[in-house]
Ligand binder design. Structure first.
Ligand code: FE2
Ligand code: FE2
Length: 426
């Protein structure tokens, strides 16, 4: 039975705990000696780990998806927990409780699936309802839908996360249909329920989360369309134009071509589905980043890769008394980078030089993705001299010149797959 969980780990304390190895890299120090860079998970979260010494003896004794018992010390690096391992050993599967290692939705999957079925049963369009019922009646799809995460790491990255995400988007569809009565609610609900359906095949979630071969080769949009096509073959009366609308919503739900959409949304329901999907994903990513960072000092989270920025822990910020002099003498530059290059573009030397943040102040420049100057052309107008209060200079749009904003953003929540394809995570 596991007694110490990742959420229990505290900075500057020694710990011994069981983990599931989500990723394992053997790297080289400057001296040529190997060291291990690991991502370790349990049901409460994920932690980066490094093992610097005596690696040669153990590096071939375990692999990704194995369980290990590790002894080491928790430290803060770049405003995030990092576990420095002193000793580790592989642990046999039979000696662990599997449910301790897989993060899962707090909601009961059967209850969520019933809610999804009720949503479908309440639809008035007979064709869309019949298609969705055919999909949910398929035991293979139903099992996958109950269990799949919505993403590997970025948002709703836990068992049942896909279903939780889809139900949330369905609820948002109902809200906006009340505000914009010209929207076809049935079409939006059908889009919400099918837009990420392919994730049940794109992701592997029997052990640590990853991508299947078909996920790597085809992606969830293509896989979802295949599942729908499979059902529509048995439904010859399904209106072809309604089919095209639904397929367009799936193809375009990432919003922009550079984020993996095959087409940009070209009718109201498709555009709204993109907005709601994006909103739900990002709100959940923010919540996760703040929750995971509660035990780290300071008002700013480490880099939230989903949003390419550090986030303000608002409640801590409001609670902490900020010395007025310190606040005024703080440099403006360290505000979290907004539209800068992807996190990977941070020079390694800058990352290594990161220092602990001052309470109440944004992280030091090296802790945020990129100092603002790095993303702003020299010729751009810099509003720093403007005699406005500091608060007024923070909003991103006010300080980023048009040229910078017109650059394609390097990554979105939906660019996770695209980004993976372009550049493997270290
Ligand atoms: Fe998607
Ligand atoms: Fe989604």
């Amino acid at each position: 039975m596991k007694s110490v969980f990742i959420s229990d780990l505290r900075p500057n304390e020694d710990a011994t705990a069981l983990f599931l190895v989500q990723s394992k890299d053997v790297r080289q120090k400057k001296t040529g000696e190997p060291y291990l860079s690991l991502s370790l998970v349990d049901r409460t979260g994920e932690i980066e780990a490094k093992m610097w010494d005596n690696v040669g003896e153990i590096m071939h004794t375990f692999d990704r998806d194995d369980f290990i018992r590790a002894k080491g010390r928790v430290q803060i690096y770049q405003n995030r927990h990092q576990f420095t391992i002193h000793r580790l050993q592989r642990v046999d599967d039979a000696l662990v409780e599997l449910q301790d290692f897989f993060p899962a939705s707090q909601r009961d999957p059967d209850e969520m699936f019933e809610e999804l079925r009720r949503t479908v049963a309440g639809m008035t369009n007979p064709h869309l309802r019949a298609l969705l019922e055919a999909l949910l009646d398929d035991q293979r799809i139903a099992d996958g839908y109950r269990r799949a995460p919505a993403a590997k790491t970025i948002h709703h990255a836990y068992l049942g996360g896909l279903l939780e995400h889809v139900l949330s988007v369905c609820q948002l569809c109902r809200f906006v249909a009340g505000q914009y009565p010209f929207l076809d609610l049935d079409l939006m609900l059908a889009g919400a329920i099918t837009h990420d359906l392919g994730k049940i095949q794109e992701l592997s979630y029997r052990r640590s989360f990853g991508y299947t071969d078909d996920g790597q080769l085809l992606g969830h949009i293509m896989l979802g369309l295949r599942l729908i096509d499979d059902k529509l073959r048995a439904m010859p009366d399904f209106p072809p134009r309604l089919r095209s609308l639904l397929e367009h919503m799936i193809l375009s739900h990432h919003g922009e071509l550079e984020f993996g959409a095959s087409k940009v949304p070209v009718f109201a329901e498709a555009l709204m589905l993109h907005y709601l999907d994006n909103m739900d994903s990002k709100m959940q990513a923010v919540r996760t980043a703040i929750d995971r960072d509660q035990h780290v000092d300071g008002c700013w989270t480490g880099l939230c890769r989903a949003l390419e920025r550090s986030l303000l822990k608002k409640d801590k910020y409001l609670q902490e008394a900020v010395p007025v002099v310190a606040a005024r003498s703080a440099p403006v530059e360290p505000a979290p980078a907004a539209n800068g290059p992807a996190p990977e573009a941070v020079p390694a030397a800058a990352a290594v030089a990161a220092e602990a943040p001052q309470p109440g102040l944004p992280p030091a420049p090296s802790e945020v993705p990129v100092p603002r100057e790095a993303s702003v052309p020299r010729a751009a107008p810099v509003p720093r001299e403007a005699p406005v209060p500091r608060e007024a200079s923070v909003p991103r749009e006010a300080s980023v010149p048009r040229e910078a904003r017109s650059q394609p953003r390097p990554m979105s929540l939906f660019g996770e797959r695209l980004k993976d394809a372009l550049k493997k995570e270290p």
